[in-house]
Design a protein around this ligand. Structure first.
Ligand code: ADP
Ligand code: MG
Length: 238
């Protein structure tokens, strides 16, 4: 296998005095979809924040294409092609769909291509094109998720991370989000997915990583995890 695109190496992350991640390590290879699993509060969102630079680790480090990101601030990491679709979408509700999307292209690398990338996003999500002048806060939950994904795509990501993108969506929209993730993967994008919907996540991904109270608990191919008695008991209710 090629060198990993992303290497999380023994990171400790704390909020003030409260340590949340303990020596967490895993890798994501170029072209993979990897799912990060774990119960509420396990540290999944914190892991993504450590990778984006919003919550730098106290120990350990994150490497991207082999280079340490320790000295690279969050904006610089976006410029390297690391994008996050945050938990709860975090759109600007009082701005239009188009304005939200354009704000995704704020980096110096992506800005010159904003127009073409907006066209690509509209091709992928015709619904957003129809509603481009509508305030983002007035979109349905599914449309907001598309808008949040579209905004991340405007930064031309190499590694796209999605934090519980299907949360709160009706099953038909969950299908749509999962299809979008597969389509992006088919274009060569590498994806790190945090998903509560374990069945769907393991269907779409090649590998899974399970964290428990901030530590690596299990990792394996999606097929292995889906067959694991431990996973079936803990997450699949089987
Ligand atoms: N901003 C914060 N300040 C203090 N504690 C936090 C903060 N964000 C998350 N935590 C705590 O860190 C732990 C991991 O949270 P999080 O990474 O959001 O978990 P997950 O995404 O797996 O549900 C939880 O115990 C949570 O309460
Ligand atoms: Mg979370």
């Amino acid at each position: 296998m090629s060198d990993p695109l992303l290497q999380v190496e023994a990171i400790d992350v704390a909020y003030g005095d409260i340590q949340v991640l303990y020596g967490l390590s895993f890798e994501v290879h170029a072209g993979e979809i990897v799912t990060l699993l774990g119960s509420n509060g396990a540290g999944k969102t914190t892991t993504l924040r450590a990778i984006t630079g919003l919550r730098p680790p106290q120990a350990g480090q994150v490497r991207f294409r082999g280079e340490s990101l320790a000295a690279v601030p969050a904006a610089g990491r976006a410029g390297l092609g690391i994008a996050l679709v945050p938990e709860g979408r975090e759109l600007w509700p009082q701005l239009t769909v188009k304005e939200n999307l354009e704000l995704g292209a704020y980096g110096p690398q992506a800005r010159p291509h904003a127009k073409q990338n907006l066209e690509k996003v509209f091709t992928m999500f015709p619904r957003l094109e129809e509603r481009q002048q509508q305030l983002a806060g007035s979109l349905s939950g599914g449309e907001q998720q598309m808008c949040a994904i579209g905004r991340a795509l405007m930064s031309e990501p190499v590694l796209l991370m999605l934090d519980e993108p299907s949360l709160g969506l009706a099953p038909i929209l969950v299908d749509q989000v999962m299809r979008t993730i597969s389509d992006l993967h088919a274009t060569g994008m590498t994806i790190l997915l945090v998903e509560q919907n374990l069945h769907r996540a393991l269907e779409v991904s090649q590998r899974g990583i399970v964290i428990e109270t901030g530590r690596l608990r299990l990792h394996g191919s999606s097929a292995e995890l889906a067959a694991s008695p431990e996973i079936r008991a803990a997450y699949l209710g089987l």
